[in-house]
Design a protein around this ligand. Structure first.
Ligand SMILES: Cc1ncc(COP(=O)(O)O)c(C=O)c1O
Length: 452
């Protein structure tokens, strides 16, 4: 009864992002009421293994850190020379663990805001250098960087642009680095990476290097379908960026804090960024918080600009929220002291080892991933790699079949992503893989494509 009235009240009142709103009126929400470790329970009492989450859902140390901070100083802002202890501690820590030397940290509340800030700072930086025309931003097809006007403009997913009049002018996109989908017949991964670096070089030259400010990349693409970069990709791309003095901004909103087996995706995939945006696992998502790490040259530009203008004219009220920062400080301690990040490699090997054989399943074209970030490419024809007609929603059907079996995973285009909490146990990894495999079999049976 309670859940029915929750359903009705939700349909009557709440808008759900990334949702078919018309379908939602018919189906209503699945209302999640509690979480424990890597499991989540809905309002009907059904429990699922969470396959799309961070540190885990019942870490009392994070709750206690928030409670302590709430009762000491629940809020203060960091505008105009004000600071709080948790904010100072967190900025210091982030600089200490940064994958490349960084100079300063700026806090926001979401990944979108961190990426918006990075765009503004790229513009501010080149303006400080007397090159204000250097302001075009390059993203990648299928890249995801958020849904604010600017971060959606860097994003390379058509449904985030369509009928929103996006992307904004001066936001450009290059080919998605997905070898399985974009590689040419007979091309090696390395040749594919060279071709993409040449494409970027040609685009920058055509636009005029003096007009291009920054290139955004997720070290491994999340929402685009858990796409891992091909061999040599970032090495070749960074050569082009350096040649044209184009900043590299690593969007580590998903890959930051252990997801790929190292603290940063930049370490796993060899990026040397000028700025890094991060969020999500920064607080294990217990509180909204994002951070933008910036290099020394960019800080020097900001300092020069704020001297010239009189003030650094940017910031968010909740930017370095002390409760969020206190939770982040505790999360970083747990990641380190409890060996959470150190444990990802072994868990990733287990999960990858269980998922890899699915490549011989009639519906699966590719299994890819690293650490606790995996993508399974669903295909209609394995030989030609043809995906299903998107209108049939086959990956979404697999997602639903998995959900019915008690596994949360996510259909993303023609792929399904599984990225469980970093604290998932080996028995839960095994159960997750079994449930996913059974879901695939169910849909293959329904389609009549399962081998007898
Ligand atoms: C790589 C990446 N960047 C940015 C964002 C946007 O973050 P938020 O939803 O907190 O604005 C996301 C969110 O999923 C993301 O995956």
């Amino acid at each position: 009864m309670l859940s029915n009235s929750l359903h009705e009240r939700d349909i009557a009142s709440q808008l759900h992002p990334q949702t078919n709103l018309s379908l939602h009126e018919k189906t209503g929400p699945v209302v999640m009421v509690s979480g424990h470790g890597a499991e989540i329970t809905d309002s009907n009492g059904k429990t699922y293994i969470e396959g799309m989450s961070g540190l885990g859902l019942s870490e009392t140390r994070l709750v206690e850190a928030a409670t302590r901070q709430m009762s000491t100083l629940p809020y203060y802002q960091n505008f105009a020379h004000r600071a709080t202890e948790p904010g100072i501690e967190l900025a210091t820590k982030l600089l200490g663990i940064a994958p490349v030397p960084m100079s300063n940290v700026l806090f926001q509340s979401s990944g979108s805001e961190a990426n918006d800030t990075a765009i503004k700072l790229a513009w501010y930086h080149f303006a400080a250098q007397g090159r204000p025309e250097k302001r075009k931003i390059i993203g990648r097809n299928r890249g995801y960087h958020g849904t604010s006007i600017a971060s959606a403009s860097i994003t390379g997913l058509p449904h985030l642009h369509r009928d929103f009049h996006l992307p904004l002018p001066n936001f450009l996109h290059v080919t998605c680095p997905h070898f399985y989908r974009e590689g040419l017949a007979g091309e090696t991964e390395d040749q594919f990476s060279t071709r993409l670096a040449d494409e970027l070089d040609a685009l920058i030259l055509a636009e005029g290097p003096e007009t291009v400010a920054a290139f955004f990349a997720e070290p491994a693409m999340g929402t685009g379908g858990a796409v891992m970069p091909p061999a040599g990709y970032f090495e070749k791309i960074q050569k082009v960026l350096r040649k044209h003095e184009v900043l590299l901004i690593a969007d580590e909103v998903i890959t930051g804090f252990g997801r790929t087996g190292n603290w940063w995706g930049s370490q796993t995939f060899g990026l040397k960024p000028d700025m890094i945006s991060c969020a999500k696992a920064l607080t294990a998502a217990y509180m909204p918080l994002s951070a933008l790490l910036i290099s020394e040259p960019i800080y020097q530009s900001m300092k020069a600009q704020s001297e010239k203008i009189g003030v650094f004219g940017h910031g968010y009220t909740y930017g370095a929220h002390p409760v969020a920062c206190a939770v982040a400080n505790e999360a970083l301690r747990i990641y380190d002291e409890d060996g959470v990040i150190a444990g990802v490699a072994a868990k990733g090997e287990q999960l990858g080892g269980l998922l890899a054989p699915l490549v011989s399943h009639p519906l699966v074209g590719e299994v890819r991933g690293t650490g606790l970030m995996w993508g399974i490419e669903i295909v209609a024809d394995k030989v030609t790699r043809t995906p299903f007609d998107p209108a049939r929603g086959i990956p979404a059907k697999v997602q639903e079949a998995a959900f019915t079996r008690g596994l949360v995973c996510r259909a993303l285009g023609s792929a399904i992503a599984i990225a469980p909490p970093l604290v998932i146990r080996p028995d839960q990894i095994e159960a997750a893989a079994q449930r996913f495999s059974a879901a695939l079999d169910q849909i293959a049976d329904e389609l009549g494509t399962r081998p007898q």
